[in-house]
Design a protein around this ligand. Sequence first.
Ligand SMILES: Cc1ncc(COP(=O)(O)O)c(C=O)c1O
Length: 414
Amino acid sequence: MQNEHESQNELSRRGFLKGALLGGAALTLSPTMATAQQMLTGSTSVRDIRSIGLAPGRVDLSLNENPNGPSIRAIQAAADNLTGVNRYTRDSRDLEYSVVEALADYDGVTLNKVEPASSRSPILSPYILTYMGSSQFLKILPIAYLSREGGDVVDVLGGYTSIQRTALAVKEEFGVPIDVTSVPLTSDYRHDLPAMLKAVTPKTRMVVITNPNNPTGTLLSYEEIEAFVKAVPKDVIVVIDEAYIHFGRDVDYQRAVPLAIAHDNVIVVRTFSKGYGLAGIRMGYSVCSQAIQDKLRFYMSAGFPPVLPLSAALESVKDLNHLNRSREMVWAFHDRCYEVFDRMGVEYLPGQGNFFMVNVGRDGDEFVREMFKERVKVAARNRDTQPTWIRVSAGTAPETEVFLNVFQKLMIKS
Ligand SMILES: Cc1ncc(COP(=O)(O)O)c(C=O)c1O
């Protein structure tokens, strides 16, 4: 006699096979499909999916994490440094400088070594500033620039809302005049840079460009951004958030760093959470002028930079093979999903990050809840402008199959 759990497993296993057939998979399960099936039925053991870091039977594609995990070299470096964490790690300044040098090398930036203004200053080099995760930095920016006298922000309607939200919180908290203009995306879900430029007034203090955009995944060209930067008044801070820039399909794509070197008012924001798979260790950095760094100095964390994130970051930047494998895994995910969507006739936005948006044709929030019941977590984003779309983050090959299976089942049901 089967117990209830076993019979449910049996049902979902049969459902999976049906779904796999819909997805065009062969009846004999490949190792990917077999793992996907185990995950779907909850029969995967912790050991099977240890490297994925999920509870058995759950697939989390909701937070734009790196399905490839961190670089082994990064894990090793952090582990090697764990034994010394009873110390204040006074020599971590040298480690920080090594990270800055490696990052400069990655983006072709020339550094002049400058001594920190004081032993407690986080400033180590012109241009590159490291910190613990870009969320913290994106919060500090409006506080630093707007909390004294206020000032307006130009951002998009349909993007990453961190700076907008903090700016409005600063307005409340400090009682200063702040207006946020959220410029609608174009009909193909890109930043409308001409409209954003028109929205800039003498009161504007900050403009935000997320590139690739989250959640639409659209990518602006260097030339488009450069023309925009040149047209914006020099006293307006232009924040270019390149959180997902490492995943872009075009390996020759020109990133925005030269703009931050050439223009004192431009900040390029990066994170180690995405391309480098270090979301849990909290590490980010920015490329920006000395003037901006001086302005932010007061708001940045004081003391010695933390050695675990720095050591993991240093090895991650050097491990280009790992970065490439992460990109490949992400593009395999995109390709596989689009192949199924094309067959189903489903509308999607082929993003340039480790995620995409897909139109489910009914309330996105409800669809997310239904997927969650099937143990697959995805996200509803842009509820105001794209209420029938969901955002799906990249998974491993088995996770992708689980997602597709549940997705097809729910789409057919509706
Ligand atoms: C566009 C964008 N910027 C910044 C972040 C924050 O990243 P971090 O993990 O460095 O705080 C995210 C996280 O999802 C993001 O999507």
